[in-house]
Design a protein around this ligand. Sequence first.
Ligand SMILES: Nc1ncnc2c1ncn2[C@@H]1O[C@H](COP(=O)(O)OP(=O)(O)OP(=O)(O)O)[C@@H](O)[C@H]1O
Length: 242
Amino acid sequence: MMTAKSAQPTASAIVEGVPTLELVGITRAFAEGQGRLEILTGADFTLHPGEIVGLVAPSGTGKSTLLQIAGLLEKPDSGDIRVCGRACATLDDAARTAIRRSDIGFVYQFHHLLPEFTAVENLVVPQMIAGLGRSDARERAMALLAYLKLDNRASHLPAELSGGERQRVAIARAVANAPRLLLADEPTGNLDPKTSHYVYDALLALVRGTGLSALIATHNMEIAARMDRRITLADGKVVPRD
Ligand SMILES: Nc1ncnc2c1ncn2[C@@H]1O[C@H](COP(=O)(O)OP(=O)(O)OP(=O)(O)O)[C@@H](O)[C@H]1O
């Protein structure tokens, strides 16, 4: 059984006192007809070690865009992104991918598990890509699945799991490489309210137990109330929300 301690990231990944994520003056616009749709207009945000922050904002205001930029999956038009103190905005794709693999976990609304791989294999693959041997990767994968009460589902394919189980596997996969930062975009958006709360129980316990920092987009204020603080997007900028 994985304890909070054994799930902790390596000491080398922990940069004492340095924010896990800093976004400074992020701008992003998209082409719209003849004009430009300004989505982020100078968004600033700091996520401290161990913090869980809820991003609660109306549909279409740029939550996914902000998370994709924070997760180094998309580039902003301008602005700085620092992950554990490391400036990422000007890095090339290979360096961004390396940081994404070592420091960032991502959970999406839909699980995005590999359909032809079992639950445990879905956790083994990213660890092996990151350089871990198969047996170590499998051991950690099984410990994580047990921590999320999924060990009896380890050899099931995603299609053989319930929606809530799939999302819990996706959460376990996101932290398989012991990242410092977890980003989640409506991770229970396609689940019923009861299952959604159950998945959040697992997600928040895992984040708190490992000392990870998390930025989680949700439409659900009741769930956001369980996090340390809440932010929203107004006119393309990050502002506190309570
Ligand atoms: N690649 C793109 N090209 C053009 N427009 C885009 C692109 N990505 C996002 N947009 C637009 O930017 C706006 C913000 O989208 P985004 O997905 O970030 O919003 P959101 O707050 O996450 O919405 P939701 O809660 O509905 O998921 C939307 O109007 C969307 O259509």
